[in-house]
Design a protein around this ligand. Structure first.
Ligand SMILES: [Zn+2]
Length: 306
C-alpha cells in the first residue's frame, strides 16, 4: 500500500486513478495550488476549493482511490494583493471541511513581501484550526527559501512535527530532517528529483521523516512515481520496512494528525457504485457500463522506470 501525498488530480484522467489504484496507491492528497492560469477573482477560488473538497473526492472514490486535500493560498497568487485578501477571508470555512488534512501548499515562490505576509497569516490559521502545514519550497534560490520557511514556521510557534516541507533535494534535506520537520521529495520524470537520486538519499539519511510523492499535475509528471520509486528501492536493496515508511507510514503519521485520514478509510472503503450521484451528477458518460462493486479492470502498467 502506498500514499501519494502530492497529487493535483483535477489535472489527471480516470486512467491515472485506475493505474494508481492498481499499483497499490490507496490514498492521495491534493494540495490547493496554482492552475497555470492566474485566477482573477475570489469566486474562481471558491469554486476551485469546492471542487477539491467535493467533486474530486467523489470522483476518486468512484475509481477506487481515497482522496484528501489541503487548503491554502499559493505563493504565486499571494502577489495579487486584492485577490489574496479576499481568499484569506474564505479559507477558514474550507479548512474545516471533511477530508482536509493540512493548510497548504503555502510558502515562498519569489520570496516577496506579499508572499511572506500571507505565508505567515496561513501559519497562524493552521494553528487556529489545528491542522498540519504543507510547505512548497521555491524552485529558485531553494536553499535560502527552505531555511527561511522553517525559520518563519518556528517563529510562529509551529511544532516542526506538524509541518511537511516539500520539494526537497540533496541541498536541503539535511537541515530539514535535523530540525525535526518532515521532508517531502517530489519525483519528477526529467527534472529535479529523479528516482535514482531518491534511492541514494534514502541510503544516506535513512527513512525517518522522509516522504516520497509524485507531485503529478498538468505538467510533465508521473502519477505512478511513488510505486515506481518503491520498486527501484527494492531493487537497490533498501529494506521493505524503510520503503513502507517513506511511501506510506510517514505520510499517515504526518497528515493523520488532522484527524481526517485513517487507515480504515482504505482498508474498509465503501463499495464502488458508479451510478451514485454527487449533486445530481455521476462519473458516467453516455452509454457507459457502470462499475459496481467489482475490482478495477486489469491493467498492464509497467512499474519499470523508462
Ligand atoms: Zn503542487
Amino acid at each position: 500500500m502506498y500514499i501519494d501525498t502530492h497529487t493535483h488530480m483535477i489535472s489527471r484522467t480516470t486512467d491515472d486513478y485506475e493505474a494508481m489504484a492498481a499499483a497499490g496507491v490507496v490514498a492521495c492528497i491534493e494540495p490547493a495550488f496554482w492552475l497555470g492560469q492566474p485566477r482573477t477573482n475570489v469566486g474562481s477560488y471558491i469554486d476551485y476549493l469546492s471542487t477539491i473538497v467535493g467533486w474530486e473526492r467523489f470522483r476518486a472514490g468512484q475509481f477506487g482511490m481515497r482522496h484528501y486535500c489541503t487548503i491554502g493560498l499559493n505563493s504565486k497568487e499571494a502577489n495579487d494583493e486584492e485577490l489574496a485578501e479576499a481568499v484569506m477571508e474564505i479559507l477558514p470555512r474550507f479548512a474545516l471541511k471533511e477530508g482536509v488534512v493540512a493548510i497548504g501548499e503555502i510558502g515562498y515562490d519569489e520570496q516577496t513581501e506579499l508572499e511572506d505576509r500571507y505565508f505567515r497569516q496561513q501559519l497562524d490559521l493552521a494553528k487556529e484550526v489545528g491542522l498540519p502545514v504543507m510547505i512548497h519550497t521555491p524552485h529558485r534560490d531553494k536553499r535560502r527559501g527552505t531555511t527561511r520557511s522553517m525559520d518563519v514556521a518556528v517563529e510562529h510557534g509551529l511544532d516542526p512535527s506538524w509541518v511537511v516541507v516539500d520539494h526537497n533535494n540533496e541541498e536541503t534535506v539535511r537541515e530539514v530532517i535535523e530540525r525535526g520537520f518532515w521532508a517531502g521529495f517530489s519525483i519528477y520524470p526529467c527534472s529535479k528529483m529523479g528516482n535514482e537520486r531518491m534511492v541514494e538519499i534514502l541510503r544516506r539519511y535513512g527513512p525517518d521523516r522522509i516522504i516520497v510523492d509524485s507531485a503529478c499535475d498538468w505538467g510533465v509528471s508521473d502519477p505512478l512515481a511513488v510505486p515506481k520509486t518503491a520498486e527501484l528501492m527494492r531493487r537497490g536493496g533498501i529494506a521493505e520496512a524503510a520503503i513502507r515508511q517513506v511511501t506510506y507510514g510517514n505520510a499517515l503519521a504526518a497528515y493523520g494528525r488532522s484527524g481526517q485520514m485513517r487507515e480504515e478509510d482504505w482498508l474498509d472503503p465503501p463499495a464502488i457504485d458508479q451510478c451514485t450521484l454527487y449533486m445530481g451528477n455521476s462519473v458516467l458518460r453516455g452509454g457507459q457500463e457502470p462499475r459496481i462493486g467489482a475490482a478495477a479492470p486489469r491493467r498492464r502498467d509497467s512499474l519499470v522506470i523508462e
